[in-house]
Design a protein around this ligand. Structure first.
Ligand code: URA
Ligand code: SF4
Length: 267
C-alpha cells in the first residue's frame, strides 16, 4: 500500500472510531480516486466541483461565534507566593508535589500536575486524576486517556505534542467531581501553567474544565460550538473523553469540536 493510501486508511479508521462515516475508500489496487463521496453529483456534469464556480482555494470554513471571555489577573511579580515567581512547567510541578492547599492531598498517592512539551500549541484540560493517574502521576493514562490519544490523532496530533492536564492535580475520592473550594485552591496552578505555556488553543473537556476556565456555571451544552477566550486564548469546549466512553453518541459532536480547535491551530 502506498504511503498516501496507508495514511488515508489510518485517517478513516480514526474517523470511524469517532463515529464519522461520510467517506469510503475503494479496495487497494484500484486507481486512486478522490475518496470523498459527494452524494448528488453526476460525474462529468457541470455540477462537479472542478467545474463549479467555487474558487480553487477553498475558503476556510466559518468559525463558530464568539462566546465568553475570562481574564483573571496575570501573575503578580511582587507577591510572596512562590507560584508567582516560577517561570517553568517543571517548577510548577515541583510546587504541586508537596501541596496541601486542599483536602484532596489526604488520599492521593501521586500529584498529577500535567505533562507535555514546553512549546505545546494545544492544551487539553480535563477534570482531575482518576485511579490510574493517581497511581502513575501522569494525566489521562487510563481508558479515557486512550480515547483522548485517538481524538488527538484524528486531527493529526501526537499526544506528545500536546500539553495535557487537569483542573485539580490530586484525585478526588471515588472520582467524584471536585468541589468548589478544591477547585479554587488548585486553579492557580492551572492558570500559571497556561500563562507559562501561552498556547494557541485550549480544549476544555467536560463541565469542570469548561466552567473553571470560563468562570461560568453554564452547562457544557450551552458552551459548545463557540470560540470563548481565556486571557485572549481561544477556548473550545467539548465532552470529556470519559463521558464519550459512556455515551458513544457524543463522539460525532466531539469530532466536530476538535476540528474547530484544529482550524484555530492552523489559522
Ligand atoms: N479524567 C480526567 O479528567 N483526567 C485524567 O487525567 C483522567 C481521567
Ligand atoms: Fe494542592 Fe491541588 Fe492537590 Fe488540592 S488538589 S492538594 S490544591 S495540588
Amino acid at each position: 500500500m502506498s504511503d498516501g493510501r496507508a495514511l488515508a486508511r489510518a485517517y478513516l479508521e480514526q474517523q470511524r472510531l469517532l463515529g464519522t462515516d461520510a467517506v469510503s475508500l475503494p479496495p487497494s489496487g484500484e486507481s486512486p480516486v478522490d475518496p470523498v463521496v459527494t452524494p448528488g453529483l453526476r460525474p462529468g456534469s457541470g455540477d462537479h466541483p472542478a467545474a463549479s464556480t467555487r474558487s480553487p482555494a477553498q475558503p476556510k470554513a466559518d468559525l463558530p461565534p464568539a462566546g465568553l471571555s475570562y481574564d483573571p489577573p496575570a501573575r503578580d511579580l511582587f507577591a510572596a507566593d512562590p507560584l508567582q515567581q516560577v517561570t517553568t512547567l517543571a517548577q510548577v510541578a515541583e510546587l504541586v508535589a508537596p501541596c496541601t492547599r486542599c483536602r484532596l492531598c489526604e488520599a492521593r498517592s501521586h500529584t498529577v500536575p500535567g505533562e507535555g512539551p514546553d512549546g505545546a500549541r494545544l492544551v487539553c484540560v480535563g477534570e482531575g486524576p482518576g485511579r490510574t493517574e493517581d497511581e502513575t502521576g501522569r494525566p489521562f493514562v487510563g481508558k479515557a486517556g486512550e480515547l483522548l490519544t485517538k481524538i488527538l490523532g484524528a486531527i493529526g496530533l501526537e499526544r506528545a505534542q500536546v500539553y495535557i492536564c487537569n483542573v485539580v492535580k490530586c484525585r478526588p475520592p471515588e472520582n467524584r467531581t471536585p468541589q468548589y473550594d478544591e477547585i479554587a485552591a488548585c486553579v492557580p496552578y492551572l492558570f500559571r501553567q497556561l500563562e507559562i505555556l501561552q498556547p494557541k488553543v485550549i480544549l476544555a473537556m467536560g463541565n469542570t474544565a469548561a466552567q473553571t476556565l470560563l468562570n461560568t456555571k453554564q452547562s457544557l451544552g450551552a458552551l459548545r460550538v463557540k470560540v470563548h477566550r481565556f486571557r485572549g486564548i481561544p477556548v473550545i469546549v467539548t465532552y470529556h473523553p470519559a463521558a464519550l466512553l459512556r455515551n458513544p453518541n457524543w463522539k460525532k459532536p466531539t469530532w466536530d469540536d476538535v476540528r474547530i480547535a484544529h482550524r484555530l491551530l492552523d489559522g
